[in-house]
Design a protein around this ligand. Structure first.
Ligand SMILES: [Fe+2]
Length: 334
């Protein structure tokens, strides 16, 4: 497995090792303590986001206990932390403590920047990116200098025979310092090039695209229309809108490009802490993650399990618990 110097990382080679390593249940209830991996599930991604770490020892304790629970239940092959890890001035401390926890699981993981991560005093966005690149299990790379942002990357998932069955894209939707940011034309061009590059490598033809899914912090502006349409037609797949969607104010061409290329079937984001819905619109699945913010006014916390099947198809499952209970609810695959 290559850590640096390339944007394609085959993850299969570490799967066998990891099944033996991750398994602590850390006090979960007997009920719903394991996400059962179906026979046709080849690869499991655990998505976390919006931990919003505060400068309090008790916060770390509560957060790390939930992380132990989720990693123990999901036994993921890859973890994606989709941003807003913290908002405090001591963001250097928050990133180091979170990353030390993640590294202790000995599972490949990565990170996407969000609107708050570099709003603190101590570390800039580049400091954070440099630190993440220095870690052993973290797969984060700053990426091409001529592409806006850091951590615009892709990861190819292979089956037991080494065939690429799915690609995971991560994309930077944060501002140069903080705040939200639209997906710039340099990122769109990079995405377009990458889809063609993967298709050429895997299928010998830039137009024979490989299926992919995309992770970012900020929702696309199309989320609102997607949910409104699904709500009207009573076709909501999962979850609820509990607060309005807040995409970046500048329109971009990401959704249009996704539709045009025909590779990416799903987009996963965080940002709105109370939303956890999934809807399909225009052939794309729009999903919100469960939040990991551990404060009293957020009624639940959890994550999303994304199952990549042996035929390349993708399902997902929500894991969440209430503010006061550690009895997790694991949804059916959908
Ligand atoms: Fe956010």
């Amino acid at each position: 497995m290559r850590k640096k110097g390339g944007r394609v990382i085959s993850l299969l080679c570490v799967v066998a090792l990891l099944f033996g390593v991750v398994g602590t249940l850390a006090g979960c209830s007997e009920k719903d303590k394991v996400v059962k991996r179906s026979d046709d599930t080849e690869f499991v991604i655990l998505m976390l986001s919006d931990t919003h770490i505060e400068n309090k020892e008790g916060y770390y304790k509560r957060l790390f206990r939930t992380m132990d629970d989720l990693v123990g239940m999901a036994s993921p092959d890859f973890v994606i932390m989709a941003g807003d890890l913290t908002h405090i001035d001591e963001n250097d401390v928050a990133f180091q403590r979170f990353a030390e926890k993640m590294e202790s699981y000995r599972i490949p993981w990565t990170f996407t920047f969000a609107n708050h991560d570099a709003s603190g005093k101590n570390w800039t966005k580049e400091d954070i990116a440099d630190y993440l690149e220095s870690l052993e299990y973290c797969q984060f790379c700053k990426g091409d200098e001529d592409v806006y942002g850091y951590g615009n990357q892709y990861f190819n998932v292979t089956d037991k025979n080494g065939n690429v069955i799915q690609t995971i894209f991560t994309i930077d939707t944060s501002g140069p310092v903080d705040g939200t940011h639209h997906v710039e034309s340099s990122q769109i061009d990079w995405y377009r090039r990458s889809v063609a590059e993967i298709a050429t490598e895997v299928n010998g033809d830039p137009n024979k695209v490989v299926p992919s899914i995309m992770f970012a912090h900020i929702p696309m502006k199309e989320y609102k229309e997607a949910y409104d349409t699904a709500s009207k037609n009573k076709t909501i797949i999962h979850g609820k809108r509990r607060e309005k969607e807040c995409p970046d104010g500048t329109d971009d061409e990401l959704y249009e490009t996704i539709c045009e290329l025909g590779s990416t079937s799903a987009y996963y984001c965080g940002h709105e802490h109370k939303n956890n819905y999934a809807v399909e619109w225009g052939g794309i699945r729009f999903s919100y993650n469960e939040t990991m913010r551990h404060v009293f006014y957020i009624p639940s916390r959890g994550g999303l399990v994304i199952n990549v099947k042996s035929d390349g198809k993708v399902t997902q499952q929500n894991i969440r618990r209430s503010l006061v209970s550690r009895n997790y609810k694991i949804s059916e695959e959908y």
